[in-house]
Design a protein around this ligand. Structure first.
Ligand code: F6R
Length: 605
């Protein structure tokens, strides 16, 4: 959950590293640090508690170099402090290391090898850098040999490591396991980063790195070695994303920009996955694999899991295939009994979520086929699944996921339609999804154009509340869970998404005078039932609000949405909830893009 960058062979290394850290700040922001070497015997280490901007202020004008590493931290071992910030340094100042991940056996290793070392930090990372130093000195190993030995000793821990040695000042030693790292190839220089966004201003050509490999970067070349030290050749791939897509432009926050991006994302998906004749097009082999499955298992975490809950209904209704959505951290440890011919769909904005990857590893070991639906090309989940479909939503940088949720639902609908058509389901044949995505885009636009209105709702009904509830039935319940997650994670208001019919079985006890209860009503069959559940809470003093589609609306309803097919209403009903959460957080003076205790993409546990 930290961000790491490295550069070798560019005299603007400090600027490149700092720009890289700014772009990675969404992954961690409690302390940051940089180490650079100018190849003429001068080197600099600067670390600061707080944001990347605090580090930038601490860097003096004399700090310069052409090779360096940098890190923005999200504390796992040890409090945020200058001592615990990375790079961590060996006792005599020879080795410098930045690390993303967790070394599970660092205490055993410290006690076994480093009894005589006085540690300056509480981090697992310092143990690793001291161990490298130890093996170089005591076993007379080269830096590469010592690095390899330490990688062997830390076993299956999670890590992305960038190591520098003062005695080889233009070399970066790089290794990863269960943590993303990419090497970027420049003209006369090379870079490494935990997310391509960090270095898109400098290169678009990246080499993917596999777990267990070591890469040795110098300005002229990138050497790749497998676990046994054999050389590997791998060509770079091109990342077409524009660096400016990762900027927030004139928006005050990434979250607001990303909410506003959603109509464009819907139109883009319609363009990507439909041909000129309006036919839905997905990979033939994927379609054949899906057709031979007797049950689909959607595996995901957080917001992506909530998109999976909507997917469950889309696959069952359009393709008539039994579908189950699972939280990845539960699935990994509960080993549910699978059907005879399962097919797995992994939903992940980042493509890096550790719990989901754990399940995918198991799925691959059992020889089952899988699809990853992700926003990040060449991410770990994308590389390791049988198939990938991209969300093409552009970078999602705010910690709270917004456009990835709607894009995931749209892609699930696209696959469900393709599968349903292939198996001759009338529901799929009758469903004009391309046209519907156009209606959805217009419907979202109409909502994001009413920002003042949602700001007023946030001010009048949410800012001063302790609790809030979203309720609904069926697909509206699935959205209630996501709406409530959005509210709690960025406003710190306790919020629950409740199946409307379950209210009376317990949760209603929490309703007090003025508690906001928002009913999501988009399904004709259940509309009146949800309305009665709302009335029950109103009788106990709640402040009720409704989010309703036009055809089901009554005069007293609050937020009225354009009509779209009942199966796609989540693409609209979530928008008011996203905007209300955004404005409530803003009005409470909170850090909207970086809520406390959360960083984007949970790559370590
Ligand atoms: C909530 C949020 C998280 C993520 C979850 C999964 O706004 O962002 O709940 O949805 O951590 O992340 P991905 O989709 O990257 O696997």
């Amino acid at each position: 959950m930290c961000g790491i960058v490295g550069v070798t062979g560019n005299e603007n290394a400090v600027e490149m590293l700092m720009n890289g850290l700014r772009r990675l700040e969404y992954r961690g922001y409690d302390s940051a640090g940089i180490y650079v070497n100018d190849q003429n015997g001068k080197d600099y280490l600067v670390k600061e508690k707080g944001r990347v901007a605090d580090l930038a202020k601490a860097i003096g004008e004399d700090v310069h170099g052409s090779t360096g590493i940098a890190h923005t931290r999200w504390a796992t071992h040890g409090q945020p402090s200058v001592a615990n910030a990375h790079p961590q340094v060996s006792a005599d100042g020879r080795f410098y290391l930045v690390h993303n991940g967790v070394i599970e056996n660092y205490i055993e290793l410290r006690d076994k090898y480093l009894q005589d070392v006085t540690f300056k930090s509480e981090t697992d990372t310092e143990v690793v850098v001291q161990l490298i130093d130890y093996f170089v000195k005591h076993d007379n190993l080269t830096t590469l040999e010592a690095f390899r030995k330490v990688l062997y000793l830390v076993g299956d821990s999670s890590y992305g490591f960038l190591l520098m040695d003062r005695e080889e000042p233009d070399t970066l030693f790089v290794a990863k396991n269960k943590s993303p790292l990419l090497v970027g190839v420049g003209n006369g220089f090379n870079v490494v980063c935990s997310d391509a966004i960090a270095m898109l201003n400098y290169t678009h050509d990246f080499i993917e790195m596999q777990d267990g490999e070591i890469m040795i970067l110098t300005p002229e070349k990138v050497d790749i070695e497998d676990e046994e030290g054999h050389h590997i050749t791998r060509l770079p791939f091109h990342v077409s994303m524009d660096a400016s897509e990762a900027d927030k432009g004139t928006y005050p926050h990434y979250m607001l920009k990303e909410i506003d991006d959603q109509p464009t994302v819907m139109r883009k998906l319609a363009q990507t996955y439909f041909n000129d004749d309006g036919q839905v097009t997905i990979d033939d082999e994927l379609l054949a694999d899906l057709q031979s499955a007797d049950r689909l298992y959607i595996v995901a975490a957080g917001t992506s899991y909530h998109a999976g809950l909507v997917g469950e209904r889309l696959f069952e209704r359009l393709a008539a295939v039994p579908t189950e959505a699972h939280v990845s951290s539960e699935f990994a440890y509960n080993s549910p009994i699978l059907s005879k011919h399962p097919f797995f769909i992994f939903l992940s904005q980042s493509g890096e979520t550790a719990d989901s990857r754990e399940v995918l590893t198991e799925v691959n070991a059992k020889g089952y086929h899988s699809l990853t639906i992700t926003n990040v090309q060449n991410s770990t989940l994308s590389r390791e699944a049988t198939y990938t479909m991209l969300l093409n939503a552009g970078p999602e940088i705010a910690v709270a996921s917004t456009k990835a949720y709607t894009a995931q639902i749209a892609v699930e609908a696209i696959i469900a339609k393709a599968l349903g058509e292939a198996t001759q389901q009338v529901a799929a044949a009758d469903f004009d999804l391309r046209h519907q995505l156009g209606l959805v885009a217009n419907g979202i636009q109409a909502l994001v154009d009413q920002k003042e209105r949602f700001e007023a709702v946030a001010k009048d009904n949410f800012v001063d509340q302790r609790d809030a509830f979203y309720i609904g039935r069926g697909i509206d319940y699935a959205v209630s869970l996501e709406a409530s997650l959005k509210l709690k994670e960025i406003t710190y208001i306790h919020s629950e998404g409740v199946a409307a019919g379950e209210l009376k079985h317990g949760p209603i006890a929490l309703i007090e005078s003025g508690t906001p209860v928002i009913g999501i009503i988009t399904q004709e069959r259940t509309a009146s039932l949800t309305r009665s559940n709302l009335a029950e809470t109103a009788a106990r003093g709640s402040h009720i609000m409704t989010i309703v589609t036009k055809s089901l609306a009554k005069a007293h309803d609050d937020i009225i949405l354009e009509d779209v097919d009942e199966m796609l209403t989540p693409l609209l009903t979530i928008i008011p909830a996203q905007l209300i959460s955004y404005y409530t957080s803003l009005l409470k003076g909170l850090d909207v893009d970086k809520p406390r205790n959360l960083a984007k993409s949970v790559t370590v546990q």
